[in-house]
Design a protein around this ligand. Structure first.
Ligand SMILES: [Zn+2]
Length: 48
């Protein structure tokens, strides 16, 4: 990867830039799954 601070290219395994020590950019955490749609309530049937 490339350091976002100084632009030094270093191995992805490095947690910090070997040149300036800037922490390697971490991949954005997976977004939380979208909340499921409201579950139908069993036993309840809307009457027309
Ligand atoms: Zn750097």
């Amino acid at each position: 990867m490339i350091c976002t601070n100084c632009g030094t290219q270093f191995e992805d395994g490095n947690a910090f830039c070997p040149n300036c020590g800037t922490p390697a950019a971490q991949p954005a955490p997976a977004p939380a799954p979208a909340p499921a749609a409201a579950q139908p309530q069993y036993g309840y049937a809307p009457q027309p």
